[in-house]
Design a protein around this ligand. Structure first.
Ligand code: ADP
Ligand code: MG
Length: 441
């Protein structure tokens, strides 16, 4: 069935073996790492097998378990193992066939009308699978990439809920002001003519109008954790009527340092509530949060593949002082138009950017010791092409919206498979081709 942009990309099998004969490099593919992941230890999330978690090549252990992933590439022996394991064949992945059309969900007629007016016909995979669970009142952990339609996945069943339970109030937490505004706009379009309202409560805006709006008792409050907490402390926001909470982009909220505020807010809500949790990634902090604040959640993962077929992955065997020489040599190549170089430490990032500059390569760095403004400046210069190379640490790169890049170079090995996926996901976006090179000692 053709469902437009929601099709799964077919796995790209071409190129899987083309470099098998090379001694110093080989393709680095997700399945090569799979053996380094710690197997799942009993699902505390009680979830089901998510879409896309196929048996076989791309099937990795459930992410919703404590423990995370073991660092890979610790010994020469292990590295040897993973680069020699280029697969002989990669299956084609079938396009997703939704089980429902929007018309099949038991939405009230007025809501159905609004959905139709928006032009939604087929649900995206995350919508297809989470909407029935949310309608059934279950706690849900939804794992899906940006752009997969998470907003409607939680908004639609929650709109239905407040229509059926008029006293119900919904709190939605999002990491940024822009996201909160986007969610509110989506809500407004779905809730047109239904007789309730939502409001946005974010920092960086005057708090007084928000306090005023809260007095009108909005049905949906959509905000960033910091401002929500502020409003609670001023007694402008009373969560005792809120029986439903959504944490949207929970991973980004953690990256942005909202963990304490999130815990504060959730801690003030009543224990018997409906909690929905959305994230693009699953890490230890996230698991802890889920364990503490969700009740027997259903986990739905529609992360179809860990790494994009558009990213050509390769390993370069090089170590010590030779790494720098190799890097500068690579950067002479005209194809390296916008290269993101990952290193392990803040100090290393600073130093490498300076060393590159000394070689007359336009480079800057982003890392945790730089101020937010300095990081934004470096990023802006990178976006505009004033800087060819941006040297980054994992954490600094995560908090920011990095533009499409031609190459990702793992100058230092990533600590975990998850970091590897994050790093190389910075290239090969949309339909662009990208290349990821990993320096292996
Ligand atoms: P996410 O939150 O996962 O990043 P969004 O909810 O922002 O994704 O959705 C991305 C875009 O796709 C939005 O413009 C949204 O209106 C659109 N969209 C979502 N679901 C559908 C659907 N079922 N049919 C058509 N367009 C959709
Ligand atoms: Mg979203």
């Amino acid at each position: 069935m053709q469902i437009g942009r929601w099709n799964h990309q077919g796995s790209n099998s071409s190129g899987a073996n083309k470099q098998r004969g090379r001694r110093n490099s080989d393709d680095l593919r997700p399945e090569d790492f799979a053996q380094y992941a710690i197997p799942a230890r009993g699902g505390r999330s009680g979830g089901r097998r998510g879409f896309g978690e196929r048996r076989g090549a791309f099937n990795r252990p459930r992410r919703a378990t404590r423990g995370g992933f073991r660092a890979f590439g610790e010994t020469e022996h292990e590295i040897q193992k993973f680069i020699n394991r280029a697969p002989t064949q990669v299956e084609e992945e079938a396009p997703y066939e939704p089980k429902h059309r929007f018309g099949d969900f038991p939405f009230l007629p007025k809501l159905k009308e609004n959905i139709e007016k928006k032009g939604y016909d087929l649900p995206t995979p995350i919508q297809d699978q989470t909407i029935p669970e949310i309608l059934a009142g279950r706690d849900v952990v939804g794992l899906a990439e940006t752009g997969s339609g998470k907003t409607a996945a939680f908004l639609l069943p929650l709109i239905q809920k407040v229509m059926l339970l008029p006293g119900e109030r919904v709190l939605i937490m999002a990491p940024t002001r822009e996201l909160a505004v986007q969610i509110e706009q989506e809500l407004a379009s779905f809730a047109k003519g239904l007789g309730f309202r939502g409001m946005v409560a974010v920092g960086g805006a005057n708090i007084m109008p928000q306090i005023k709006q809260l007095k009108w008792d909005p049905t949906f409050v959509i905000g960033t954790p910091g401002r929500l907490k502020d409003l609670m402390e001023r007694k402008a926001l009373d969560l005792s009527n809120f029986g439903t909470v959504v944490l949207d982009e929970a991973d980004r909220m953690l990256d942005m340092g909202f963990i304490d505020d999130m815990r504060f807010i959730l801690g003030k809500m009543r224990a018997e509530r409906h909690t929905l949790f959305f994230s693009a990634t699953m890490g230890k902090d996230i698991e802890a949060l889920i364990g503490d604040f969700l009740k027997e959640p259903v986990t739905i993962s529609v992360k179809k593949r860990e790494t994009s077929a558009n990213v050509d992955q390769d390993v370069i065997r090089i170590g010590g002082a030779d790494k720098f020489e190799k890097l500068t040599e690579l950067l002479q190549d005209r194809d390296f138009t916008r290269t993101l170089v990952f290193v392990r430490t803040k100090h290393g990032a600073e130093r490498l950017a300076k060393m590159l500059s000394r070689e007359r390569i336009f480079a800057d760095s982003i890392h945790g010791d730089k101020s937010h403004n300095a990081r934004l400046r470096a990023l802006e210069a990178f976006k505009r092409g004033k800087v060819q190379v941006l040297v980054a640490t994992d954490v600094a790169a995560r908090g920011l919206d990095i533009p499409e890049v031609s190459h990702v170079i793992n100058y230092d090995l990533p600590g975990t498979y998850e970091d590897y996926v994050h790093r190389i996901g910075r290239t090969g976006r949309a339909s662009a081709k990208g290349k990821a090179l990993t320096f292996v000692d």
